[in-house]
Design a protein around this ligand. Structure first.
Ligand code: SF4
Length: 666
């Protein structure tokens, strides 16, 4: 059968001895595991030995593209990096946009995996004619990600796809990521440290291979239809009114189910920063290391994050590959660097509201600094907020912090601290590996302020506002990520329109806010559907924001069939997604992770409850929600581990023997 949508092979590079080889992947594997994160889950589960050191030669670091990448399908430009996470000790993944994803496919591979460890800095170069070489990277080592990318493109080709680590990855910071397109970053799970420990500075990909598509016309027709939805953009209110809308949502006892078209309009106008003030007002954005609320950051104070203020600096809209929406932007930065990627909501709130830093100029600066260093802005901001709270409560002294007075809203201290973290200098070294490591070094008392899930710092979406976030922070194999599910996401995905047995949510319908906090079978079904769906999305290489528009408008499953020539129903795709969810959970069990240990920090759960503000008194029964969720996958509801029966149910019977042994060892 002619391969369509996927290249049909992957590249393995052994950094210890400089050898490489291709492996042809059977069609049946793609049919059962898809590509992207699915294929990666299969390979990593089978080949990383249990208890492998994430920073050692036995870990495998994979750069994977999606099955739709390079096909012309809209929103299909995300690439993923995968490996055993040095931050959590379990399954790790992160993804980013830009133009790097199709560069992997153009080299004729669906994925490139690195094993071993080099003795000196190297980069992988795949030339236009397909020749493969590991080249000396000494002259690029020590450069930040933007400098290194520019230099590598100057050496090879300005059209090359480049993924690169900055100095944070070189220094094996456990909160470092991997960058592309001058400041996009696959930030989560600490996989930049894996790349740094392997002494792999970059991948430079210049291939020119074209991917076959089953039905080009079908994909074009879908793109035309999606473009009409994306183009629909009535005049919007100003940023100030967006903030007031957040206040209204806080005060209203009713909740409105979100239609993804509304969020699409906000994204198109402002990007993710559209949510800044609105989120603080409605209780979505955590404040003051999760102990504060909108009352600490009222409308007047939060006006520094007004999206119109940010938009004034936007010179150019930025679109990832194959994206008709373009939520990104290139902004001017006169005082430091010439230009910068527009800061995202997550970065602004982690470096802003979480630390009570009300200086937007410093946030622009820190965002660019962190992107260049290749350090995760969410984790960096969360670590600074943690340190401030430790200082304020006497767990840290000025002597320990190199003289810095860590107080809420002290912009100078926040900037100085992050500069130190990037360089691993003085006190910055203690924080450079994130909250969990720092907390352990400071002492037991610091645990009260170490707000993580499974050692990963939490994103800027408060589960006391939408408990679905807390659930996914706690049950995903890569914990503490906001890109998989929430009650809000389920509303926008509109999966029930193509899988009728799933719970129905009518967009723009109203319901009592209190309902959000009641654990139920229906909510577990919704959450499980989000996880399964996002495995399909991350195997396809699609952007989450595109899928928010709704599967009835962006027909993800149809796109997959048109590109591959398969005839799977949406329900069958979700079954594949459930298989992948089970496989990633099996990976964690194999590597000694207790699923219960990933539960979100009690403060973020609402224990003790907040005394004021948008989330006053709110919390949900997370223990029950987790057990209900695990039941949906037929896993053990007490431990969260996949049972042997569930392996059979999800089509993973071939792993029974291996997994039984791992279960017994665990
Ligand atoms: S919506 Fe934004 S993040 Fe997603 S592909 Fe488009 S530009 Fe990239």
């Amino acid at each position: 059968m002619r391969r369509r949508g996927y290249a049909g092979k992957v590249l393995f590079v052994n950094l210890s001895n400089g050898s490489y080889h291709e492996e042809v992947i059977a069609d049946e594997i793609y049919e059962r595991y898809l590509s992207g994160i699915g294929l990666a889950a299969k390979i990593l589960y089978e080949r990383i030995p249990p208890h492998a050191d994430p920073l050692g030669p036995e870990n495998i670091l994979g750069f994977v593209s999606g099955i739709l990448t390079g096909s012309g399908a809209v929103f299909s430009g995300r690439w993923m990096v995968v490996g055993k996470s040095p931050l959590t000790g379990g399954w790790g993944d992160a993804n980013a946009g830009g133009d790097f994803a199709p560069a992997i496919k153009r080299c004729g591979y669906d994925a490139i995996f690195f094993t071993g460890t080099s003795s000196h800095p190297v980069y992988l170069h795949i030339a236009n004619n397909g020749s493969i070489a590991l080249r000396d990277a000494s002259e690029y080592w020590g450069k930040d990600a933007v400098e290194a990318e520019d230099a590598l493109k100057a050496t090879h080709s300005s059209r090359a796809g480049v993924a690169v680590i900055g100095t944070a990855g070189e220094n094996a910071s456990l909160i470092s990521g991997i960058c592309n397109d001058r400041g996009r970053i696959a930030a989560r799970s600490g996989l930049g440290a894996v790349m740094g420990s392997k002494k792999l500075k970059a991948l430079v990909l210049e291939g020119a291979y074209r991917i076959a598509v089953h039905n080009h016309e079908g994909i074009k027709e879908i793109s035309r239809s999606v473009n009409r939805y994306v183009a629909f953009q009535p005049p919007l209110f100003s940023g100030k009114y967006a903030a007031l809308l957040g206040s209204f949502m806080r005060l209203n006892p009713l909740q409105m189910a979100m239609d993804g078209m509304v969020y699409k309009m906000l994204l198109k106008r402002w990007g993710t920063s559209s949510m800044n003030q609105m989120s603080i007002e409605m209780g979505d954005s955590p404040v003051k290391n999760w102990a504060g609320s909108n009352e600490d950051l009222d409308l007047k104070q939060s006006s520094v994050y007004d999206p119109d203020v940010i938009l004034q600096r936007e010179k150019l809209k930025y679109h990832c590959n194959s994206c008709p929406l373009g939520c990104g932007g290139i902004c001017s930065m006169p005082n430091h660097f010439q230009e910068t990627h527009k800061p995202e909501y997550e970065s602004i709130m982690a470096l802003g509201g979480l630390c009570m830093n009300k200086d937007m100029e410093s946030i622009f600066y820190l965002n660019e600094m962190l992107n260049r260093a290749g350090m995760d802005t969410i984790s960096a901001g969360a670590t600074v907020a943690f340190a401030i709270e430790c200082f304020e409560n006497g767990l840290l002294t000025k002597e320990q912090t190199d003289g810095l007075v860590l107080q809420w809203g002290n912009t100078g201290a926040v900037v100085a601290l992050i500069q130190k973290m990037i360089k691993r200098e003085g006190f910055g070294d203690l924080l450079a590996d994130g909250v969990a490591v720092a907390s352990k070094r400071i002492g037991e008392m610091a645990n009260s302020y170490a707000i993580t899930a499974g050692k990963q710092e939490l994103p800027m979406h408060d589960g006391r506002n939408d408990p679905g976030f807390n659930l996914h922070y706690s049950v995903e194999a890569a914990p503490g990520k906001h890109t998989i599910g929430a009650q809000l996401y389920y509303e926008m995905f509109q999966l029930h329109r193509v899988v009728p047995d799933l719970p129905k949510v009518t967009p723009l319908s109203l319901y009592r806010k209190g309902q959000k906090y009641i654990a139920s079978r229906e909510k577990a079904q919704m959450a499980a559907a989000c996880s399964s769906f996002m495995n399909v999305v991350n195997s396809a290489g699609l952007c989450l924001f595109g899928t928010f528009i709704g599967v009835h408008r962006v027909p993800v499953f149809k796109m997959l069939n048109e590109v591959t020539g398969w005839h799977n129903s949406p329900k069958e795709y979700l079954q594949i997604g459930a298989r992948l969810q089970t496989l990633k959970q099996m990976f964690n069990v194999k590597h000694g992770i207790e699923p219960l240990s990933l539960r979100v920090h009690s403060r973020a759960e609402g224990i003790p409850p907040l005394g004021g503000g948008a989330n006053k008194g709110r919390g949900a029964d997370m223990g029950k929600m987790m057990a209900d969720y695990w039941r949906e996958f037929a896993w053990d509801t007490a431990t969260g581990k996949p049972t042997l029966d569930s392996l059979v149910l999800h089509g993973l019977a071939s792993y029974l023997e291996d997994y039984r042994e791992e279960l017994e060892k665990a």
